[in-house]
Design a protein around this ligand. Structure first.
Ligand SMILES: [Zn+2]
Length: 214
């Protein structure tokens, strides 16, 4: 695994930067030639606040939001996003509203569920879905099914990264797309060129980060 990484900044706000770390990585359903590191965006509160401001823009004057559902450790950004959406402003549609920020659990069968005590935040509510990276669409589809199952009305989907080949029949607002990082590729495990050429796996990717394989 190489130690060199490449930074990609958001043109309209260069403080928002993600890193690509080259290597041979596996997720639970695919292999990739880079680790897309968005952790600073999620955990550095100053950056997360800037990210939330950018994410809020398409919804500020148009979209009622009762609940923000966070996937993949997006809760810090979710909290700042709620703050952005309820700010004072003549064209701000959610001014003064209360927005809840919640995350589903994964049950023993791998399905996303909400405890009974919080389903009232979803049922009949306008739900904005916040997700870190959309590469295969699998996590996104699971989250959309979960929100529909509990009777939520999907008000919008925002992501830090969206692969351009993903289509779910709903509009997605990404900060970065695969056009911003042409070298970054995800492969079905059976079609991974690095595996075919005998290159050993470097690390396992989870929503928390990556873990090296010794
Ligand atoms: Zn591989």
């Amino acid at each position: 695994m190489e130690t060199q990484s490449f930074s990609i900044s958001l043109p309209k706000n260069p403080s928002i930067t993600v890193n690509l770390i080259p290597g041979h990585f596996t997720t639970n359903n695919a292999h990739t030639n880079n680790y897309l590191d968005v952790s600073v965006l999620k955990s550095n509160t100053a950056v997360a606040r800037d990210v939330a401001r950018e994410i809020a823009i398409p919804y500020l004057s148009t979209t009622l939001v009762d609940t923000i559902v966070c996937m993949e450790k997006m809760e810090v950004i979710g909290a700042y996003l709620a703050q952005e959406l309820v700010q004072e402003g003549t064209s701000v549609i959610n001014t003064g509203n209360i927005i809840h920020v919640i995350s589903p659990l994964s049950n023993a069968y791998g399905n996303l569920v909400f405890p009974d005590s919080v389903t009232g935040r979803i049922s009949g509510k306008n739900v904005l879905l916040l997700i870190a990276t959309i590469s295969s669409g699998r996590t996104l589809n699971g989250a959309m099914e979960c929100i529909a199952y509990y009777g939520g009305k999907l008000a919008g989907i925002s992501a830090l990264y969206l692969a351009s080949n993903v289509s779910v029949g709903a509009e997605i607002h990404p900060l970065f797309t695969s056009e911003d990082m042409p070298g970054y590729k995800l492969f079905p495990t059976s079609e991974c060129q690095m595996c075919k050429s005998g290159q050993k796996l470097d690390a396992i990717i989870s929503s928390e980060g990556y873990t090296r394989i010794e």
